[in-house]
Write a protein that binds this ligand. Sequence first.
Ligand code: FDA
Length: 316
Amino acid sequence: MNPLRPAILAAAGSERVKRLLTSSPAAAALVRRFVPGESRAELVAAVRELLASGRAVSVDFLGENTTDRSRADAAVAEYLALINDLAALDTSAVPRGAAPLEVSVKLSALGQALGSDGPAIATENLRVLCTKAAEAGVWVTVDAEDHTTTARTLAAIREVRPDFWWLGTVVQAYLYRSEDDCRELAEVGARVRLCKGAYREPDTVAYQPRAEVDRAYLRCLRVLMRGDARPLVASHDPGLLAAAADLVTQTARRPGEMEYQMLYGIRADEQLRLAGRGDFVRVYVPYGGQWYGYLMRRLAERPANLAFFLRAVAGR
Ligand code: FDA
């Protein structure tokens, strides 16, 4: 594991580091590599380019851990407007088999942390988004946050998904519980986005060494691929992508019945290579003013990104 990862993830809470990042032009350019803009107009321009290249998208309006009801309501309103804007875009270059347009949501942005009523508020808000998305032909996936939210998030999905079969769930391979969660989700034929996991978690709930996380990812992937799930392989890791391709051949899955998913700004060449050979590729595109926590998770994943970050801050 990157030895600096815990420190970077801890800095995700620092207002001072955030101020440094916003005041340096070089740092602002670094932010743009991962987040195409704060406004919906900037987001739509980036999405248009991705769609024209044959890649599907999943758009995340950045925000998390909302502790006030008006911010949760504002997030719902933004998602409704976003779904409208997305539905107007030309998606003809994206292969068929799955919806070319999707939104990703964090239940903590929709109110999950608003006291004892929070889970019910977030679940109702999720239903509102899914209803609007269904009318627009857009799909929805619920992101996975830190482990204290996992059970509540899966409960919300269990409640809403029967009305929207395409509602996607994210599973983080680093959690000990995830192989069982994959088994349960595969049984109901769910769309499951499998990622390694991006939060700082204790060893009481999650594997720590990279090699163990990779092994857990492969175990979860086999459960999803050999079962009835629609696996969404969310990784940039060449070894895991190769293993996924083998499993696709073994299980005779067609493009759209599985997807490769990567983050905006990461391994764009590989995204295009996979799309060029006919695979279904979806790019996760975040936007909005609340980019800080997201950016820190991306920096923590890779020492080279941290070096860019330090140079950018030092060069202000
Ligand atoms: P790994 O981190 O081992 O990276 C493999 C290779 O990919 C690296 O060697 C490098 O080449 C490239 N790479 C990876 N990260 C990079 C970066 N930041 N900058 C530049 N290059 C990089 N997590 C979570 O906890 N909840 C969630 O809901 C989601 N959602 C999600 C959606 C999608 C579509 C993706 C792709 C990922 C997520 N994640 C997530 C994040 C995920 O858990 C994980 O932290 C990152 O994907 C990095 O893990 P990799 O599997 O890419 O492997």
